[in-house]
Design a protein around this ligand. Sequence first.
Ligand SMILES: [Fe+2]
Ligand SMILES: [Fe+2]
Length: 181
Amino acid sequence: MYCIDVLLEEHNRITEFIQVARNVCCNIIDGNSISLDDLNKMLSFGKVYADNLHHKKEEDILFNAMVNEVGGPAQKMINNGMLVEHNLGRLYLSELEKVLNNYNNSTQNKLQIITNLSAYCDLLERHIVKENQVAYPFGQRTLSVQTLERLDSETKQFEDNTQNDREHYLIILDELKQKYC
Ligand SMILES: [Fe+2]
Ligand SMILES: [Fe+2]
């Protein structure tokens, strides 16, 4: 199914991002110099690629259909689980943004970067497993064929409208991977 294939592929890219972010945290712990520029690129990848592109697609297309058409346990899993975790991820990113905007190379600053970035990574890693193993298969099993077709075409339209952003952030991810992985 196109809609789910696109989301799964994005999980692979986000998992690569998590590896980069963890390596950057380890570099800071090891006392290596910090590239504020790269940290801002990572923040921006989280905000645009992971949130505006990936989470938005889940929320507006797949999860929206599951909540409205399946209801019951799907509604509970989405509203009390997946959406709560999306919001927690946004909180970690906004805390990271505050630190980066006021960065002064202090040990406190470094601690705040590591705390928020690695909490974001742990959260997304667990979140991705739940979606891959539970939420997506549940949606695919319970939604009607007509709805699944509609989700595919809405996803196609979303992808067409956001192609430039997606390509831009995948280039940034490649650069970060070359540097930190
Ligand atoms: Fe999600
Ligand atoms: Fe996801």
